[in-house]
Structures are given as C-alpha cells and as structure tokens.
Write a protein that binds this ligand. Structure first.
Ligand code: SF4
Length: 168
C-alpha cells in the first residue's frame, strides 16, 4: 500500500492491480477490493484465475462455485467507487453479477517462451465442452482444478453457433 501511495504522487500514473484467486485469500478479497477501490489512482482491479505451475499447489485452488458466491461482495467496493472488478482467465461462460466484467482478452506480453511451455502443462484451455464451444480464447479449467473439483459440466455453458451470443 505504501508503494501504491508513492506511485500516486506521480499525477499521470494509472494503476491496475492483479490479484490471484486462491483458497488462502478468498475470504479476504471483499474487504481488500473495498479498500483499494477507494484509491483514486487505481483504475482497474483484476482478479486472476489460479493455474498452478508447481508441485503441491493444488491446495490453493479454490472452487468456481465459491467464486460465484463471493463475487457480489467483491464487486461491491469497486462498484460504489464507479469501478469494475475484472475477471481474467476464468471460464468465459460464467454468469457474473453486475459490476463484474469477465475479460479474457490479453495485451501483448513480453514473457519468455519457457513460461508458456511450463504453463502449458497446467491444462489450461481444457473444458468438458471444448469440442462444441465456439469460444476459442477461453482458458477453461486447469488440471489441478479438475482433479480437485471435477469438470463442472453443469456450471459451464458452451457458446454455440458462429458469431452468436447463444449459450446452451
Ligand atoms: S463451455 Fe466454453 S466458455 Fe465455458 S469454460 Fe468451456 S470452453 Fe470456456
């Protein structure tokens, strides 16, 4: 927080915060986002899905139903300050409440290939509905998530039809 305040002294700085959704922080994020949403220089708050890349990280994976249960309280602080809570790398088909924007678009990132090779082992992009879902950018669920909580076939709703915003 001291570092953010320091940056705010530069009047042209706009800040986007990145927070990863885990079982270790899920119960604190409502108050966390309320706190940082009040800071005028924070333009957006991003909440990232967790794709474990190391051993023994599965314990930190938190469930999507728990995310959906907590999203209203997490979005409350940002919304009351005229800001959005932005979800990154979560299933695109999730039904999210008002004040939450589910965005799987990524800017150009300068990250070494070794990162992507390692990340590729996490199983991202896989989904029980992958074969018929038309959303090709969706990150789906990680291997660790599917092992811990299952495929969530009833929670995920594939987009069907080219160019249509139709879900089944
Ligand atoms: S159904 Fe489609 S949008 Fe939903 S998680 Fe699977 S691939 Fe992503």
């Amino acid at each position: 927080m001291a570092g953010l305040q320091n940056l705010s002294r530069h009047t042209r700085v706009g800040i986007i915060t990145n927070t990863v959704w885990t079982s270790a922080n899920s119960s604190y994020l409502g108050s966390f986002f309320s706190e940082i949403a009040r800071l005028a220089f924070i333009r957006e708050m991003h909440l990232w899905n967790f794709f474990p890349m190391g051993d023994h990280a599965e314990d930190l994976v938190e469930s999507i139903p728990e995310l959906l249960r907590r999203l209203p309280e997490m979005a409350e602080g940002p919304a009351s300050n005229g800001k959005w809570l932005v979800l990154k790398a979560f299933p695109q088909c999730l039904s999210v409440p008002s004040g939450v924007y589910n965005d799987n678009e990524f800017p150009l990132t300068l990250i070494p290939d070794v990162f992507w090779r390692t990340l590729g082992k996490c199983g991202f992009g896989r989904c029980v509905h992958r074969a018929r879902c038309k959303d090709e950018k969706c990150w789906g669920l990680s291997n660790a998530y599917r092992e811990k909580f299952g495929e969530e076939p009833d929670l995920l709703r594939p987009f069907i039809g080219l160019g249509e915003a139709k879900q089944v």
